[in-house]
Design a protein around this ligand. Sequence first.
Ligand SMILES: N[C@@H](CCC(=O)N[C@@H](CS)C(=O)NCC(=O)O)C(=O)O
Length: 206
Amino acid sequence: MLRIWGRVNSVNVKKVLWCMGELGLPFERIDAGMEHGVVGTPEYIAMNPNSRVPTIDDDGFMLWESNTIVRYLSLKYGLGTLCPEDARQRADSDRWMDWSTAQLSGTFREVFWGMVRTEPAKRDMAFIEKNRQATAKTLDTAERALASQPFIAGDHLTMGDIPLGCYVHLWMSMPIERPEHPNLTAWHKRLLARPAFTAGVNTPLT
Ligand SMILES: N[C@@H](CCC(=O)N[C@@H](CS)C(=O)NCC(=O)O)C(=O)O
């Protein structure tokens, strides 16, 4: 059976939990990271020299880096569904995964850590606000892409929706000001209707 190491409140773990849920894969999850520790042990570092979560064990094949894990599982267990067979559709899906990490996650992380993981008295509100505005502007790009299609890379859910869906869910869950993004909001509602999203992503923030 697949095994995954990682705490459920990590955005990078959420990506993999949602992916495994969509693929209907049975798995065992082992708590690791933050208050659970584990990631600093020699045994864990031997599996994942990055000392972070998530890590998976697929029948002896150890893999870390969340987007890579999502791509691997989608190709192995979801070819034609989460992983498009057509090269151009797959590149489109891949592009949104890379975009979510390269363009969105940096400023998003500063808002999330500021508003969720930092106690109110210690928050640098000017810094959070600067990053909130930058994140909102970045999300305009996804808003435009979702104007013409129900999912980020076309007419059905693909791996391209997974990292973005995890970030957008947290963005929508935080007590912050958000600009009107009707297409993004409708897409998020479509994701919330999926049992695998509810189980893997729509879980407590802390
Ligand atoms: N690029 C890595 C980043 C992994 C990462 O930074 N994970 C965070 C949680 S989201 C982590 O392990 N933090 C330390 C901890 O939980 O102890 C990936 O996508 O898997």
